[in-house]
Design a protein around this ligand. Structure first.
Ligand SMILES: CC(=O)N[C@H]1[C@@H](OP(=O)(O)O)O[C@H](CO)[C@@H](O)[C@@H]1O
Ligand SMILES: [Mg+2]
Length: 551
């Protein structure tokens, strides 16, 4: 088979042209995202790139997920998945950006350049898996991806409407010859349900303060659709009331809405607002947060930091109990609440690492541990286990020198590993992991919340003429340019007890984010406001000046 690269141009010009007025865009923190009307040519080109990536990776399957995650309904986007389920390698993000930003007439040369630079054999097979979320423009954009793959004579396998983590799982299973599981929807749900049931054991219902029912806000997206199928299969061990399954995606609901606005989403029944355990996932079901309304009517959030501490604490206990020696670590970003970091380091005695924002950075760091737990505060994360960890636990589960209790603990840990989607943060798998731990501990959400007290914190947005005038280092915590800005931030922060604040340009929106935390809510608001004004004045703010958040 030989590939005539001219066909890439012919396809592009005939079916997926790029407007001359189209502005340059970047492969950001989570791929390309934009208004769906601007994405047809981007999708076509990403289909081409995914096929080339497959060839560069010995013809292994590469995933293309069409989704704009928590963005509003009119947006869509695309992210590429590497052979072992990781996000696309960073050097290829650059290739993706360049490929998308050339004109149609430059396209063939650009493709040829990638092939030459990456020593790609265009006679080799190329295999691309395509999945999409429930947005109404996704099927059409998926066609464009497929045409891109076909333009360079690759083969496409369509998975239809799936969550992002499901597609990561399918890619990993396929490229590991099914060592990780069976690459079908049944394979995915069977693996999770099997492990979850085994962990519940005979004691399937309530336990201590734990009640085996919860409310699930599916963000009117694919996470709702998939949970409607799964919840029937789980009904005897966990009652899940699925809400927000048919409305407008992410509109006043979903994990991002709940985390950002610090309030319950629309669409939950009244009884969910009385001390019941609730979860929200995002539009492609790779993020999750928990929350409840306490007896005084206050909204209480249990975010990614809480989930990380709960899971890590449980794993540490279980590992110590079965007597295996493993190196465990927890990875956070600068957005993690300072109180959670204190709690992990000083109370749980687990080492903590801080990386740049974006799960690919956390995932990478977590690989350094035998058991690496990583979560962004917004609820995106998972646990990864090294081969060494898996075999040590497997050995312990049948080691006659250990007590029966220790062997059982090790066997439980094996099921816990099976319940984890190690390929990427997965709202459904994460939810079942949390439910397992709460059940094992006999904990209500109040018990969980009592483990530590969050520092009040605020996230502000500042609009600049060019957000990239701000550059940062030290895992996003220190500003490098403009000159002198970091010193000025430090001076402001020093005025506030337990104060911490940092600024960085967003990788998904045209804004600069300001994070602040302090001893009281009023101080956190004041600190965020002072820093936001400073950034606005020193870095070229546009539009109206930042306003103080109302408390
Ligand atoms: C503060 C925050 O929540 N940032 C989010 C957001 O990135 P920004 O680069 O901050 O826009 O979207 C990313 C992709 O979903 C996610 O990984 C990250 O945590
Ligand atoms: Mg998402």
């Amino acid at each position: 088979m030989s590939v005539n690269l001219r066909s890439v141009f012919a396809f592009a010009r005939e079916y997926h042209p790029k407007k001359e007025t189209q502005k340059d865009i970047q492969y950001g923190t989570a791929g390309f995202r934009s208004h769906a009307d601007n994405l047809d040519y981007v999708m076509f080109r990403m289909g081409v790139l995914a096929a080339l990536r497959s060839r560069a990776k010995a013809s292994q399957a590469i995933g293309v997920m069409i989704t704009a995650s928590h963005n509003p309904a009119q947006d869509n986007g695309v992210k590429l998945i590497d052979p072992l389920g990781e996000m696309l390698e960073q050097s290829w993000e650059r290739l993706a950006t360049d490929l998308v930003n050339v004109s149609d007439t430059e396209l063939v040369d650009q493709v040829a350049k990638i092939c030459e630079q990456q020593a790609i054999d265009n006679n080799a097979a190329a295999r691309v898996f395509v999945g999409m979320d429930t947005r109404y423009h996704s099927p059409q954009l998926s066609r464009a991806v497929m045409n891109g793959v076909m333009a360079v004579k690759g083969t496409v396998q369509e998975f239809g409407i799936v969550t992002t983590p499901m597609l990561h799982y399918f890619v990993t299973c396929t490229n590991t010859q099914q060592a990780y599981g069976v690459p079908t929807e049944e394979g995915y749900s069977g693996k999770l349900i099997g492990a979850f049931r085994a962990l519940r054991g005979a004691d399937s219902g309530d336990s201590g303060n734990y009640r085996a029912h919860l409310y699930y806000d599916g963000a009117n997206g694919v996470g709702a659709l998939k949970m409607l199928g799964l919840c029937k299969k789980l009904a005897d061990v966990l009652k899940i009331k699925v809400c927000n399954s048919e409305g407008k995606i992410n509109y006043r609901c979903g994990a991002d809405f709940v985390k950002t606005n610090h309030c319950v989403p629309d669409g939950l029944p009244a009884e969910a607002l009385a001390n019941a355990r609730c979860v929200s996932v995002d539009g492609d079901a790779d993020r999750i947060v928990y929350y409840f309304t306490d007896s005084e009517g206050n909204f209480r959030l249990l975010d990614g930091d809480r989930i990380a501490t709960l899971l890590a604490g449980y794993l540490k206990e279980q590992i110590e109990q079965c007597g295996v020696q493993l190196k465990m670590g927890l990875v956070q970003t600068a957005y993690a609440n300072g109180a959670s970091t204190d709690y992990i380091v000083n109370r749980m005695r687990i080492p903590v690492a801080c990386t740049r924002t974006g799960v690919k950075h956390l995932h990478h760091k977590a690989l350094e541990y035998d058991i690496g737990v990583y979560f962004e505060a917004n609820g995106h994360g998972t646990i990864i286990y090294s081969e060494r960890a898996k075999s040590a636990i497997r050995e312990a589960s049948s080691n006659e020198k250990l007590t029966e209790e220790q062997r059982e603990t090790a066997a439980r840990l094996l099921q816990f590993i099976d319940l984890t989607n190690e390929t990427v943060g997965d709202a459904i798998s994460d939810m079942l992991l949390v439910e397992t731990v709460l059940h094992a501990k006999g904990w209500s959400v109040e018990d969980w919340l009592a483990s530590y007290t969050d520092l009040p914190n605020v996230l502000e947005k500042v609009y600049l003429a060019d957000r990239n005038v701000i550059s940062v280092t030290d895992a996003d915590r220190t500003v490098v340019t403009p000159d002198g800005l970091q010193d000025a931030i430090d001076t402001i922060v020093a005025k506030y007890p337990r104060g911490r604040s940092f600024v960085r340009p967003s990788g998904t929106e045209d804004i600069v984010r300001v994070y602040a935390e302090a001893d009281t809510r009023a101080n956190a608001v004041e600190l965020a406001y002072e820093v936001a004004i400073l950034v606005f004045e020193r870095a070229g703010g546009i539009g109206s000046r930042p306003e103080k958040m109302i408390i």
